[in-house]
Design a binder for this molecule. Structure first.
Ligand code: CA
Length: 227
């Protein structure tokens, strides 16, 4: 069972001028649902109280707090043992996007020519691809592609990847769970993201994922930083 939870604020959250989060929970019964929702709420509340001004430090402390709290809940309630959540977190500060990632939710950056996956998936299949044991094509349809190797709330320590990119005038950003990218090819995501369709781009992406089978929850945030 998987459950996505999103947070998107174009307004300030604590000392961050904006904040975007996609979390995809895992765990039996309602535990995955709880892990993503609770993890994001701890992250946001921690960020609100943080007096730092360094976005990486602020996000790190938020994710570490979410990790501790989700783990503690899993220990208190045996029905929630083993639950956890992915988390991809972004904030735009001074023309840069700062990104943090744990798990296999993704952030892509699209300019007018290309869409680049900024985050690296922490998944078994992604590691096998990096080691040359699978081709990306084999990985995209591998039966174990939902097995993740890092999560928030499953261990005392959480390892977080950080990325930062200078944004150009026309860049667009998408954060999404695997429910989108397993169902819609990258070229189509890129085409929709760059299109001039007046309909909400996230809605189009979700509709396309459902038309292609929609076998999972679909979490999508589209950011047009300069529009
Ligand atoms: Ca999922």
């Amino acid at each position: 069972m998987n459950q996505d939870f999103l947070f998107a604020s174009a307004e300030a959250v604590g000392n961050l001028p904006n904040l975007f989060v996609v979390a995809d929970g895992m765990g039996g019964h309602a535990a995955g649902d709880f892990a993503s929702r609770y993890g994001v709420s701890v992250l946001v509340e921690t960020i609100k109280k943080d007096s730092n001004f360094n976005p990486v430090k602020i996000i790190r402390q938020g994710i570490e707090a979410a990790n501790r709290e989700v783990l503690e809940q899993a220990r208190k309630d045996s029905s929630m043992a083993g639950m956890g959540t992915t988390m991809v977190v972004a904030t735009i500060v001074g023309g840069y996007v700062y990104v943090a990632n744990v798990g296999d939710s993704r952030l892509y950056l699209a300019d007018s020519d290309n869409m680049t996956q900024i985050t690296q998936d922490h998944s078994l299949v992604a590691e096998m691809i990096r080691l040359g044991e699978l081709t990306p094509e084999e990985g995209a349809h591998h039966p174990d592609r939902n097995i993740i190797t890092r999560a928030v709330g499953t261990a005392e320590e959480v390892r977080i990847d950080f990325f930062d990119y200078k944004l150009e005038q026309d860049d667009r950003i998408i954060l999404c769970s695997d429910g989108l990218y397993n169902m819609v090819e990258n070229e189509e995501i890129f085409r929709i993201l760059r299109g001039s369709d007046p309909e909400d781009k996230a809605q189009i992406l979700i509709r396309r994922a459902n038309e292609n089978g929609g076998r999972d929850n679909i979490g999508v945030i589209v950011i047009e930083p300069f529009s």
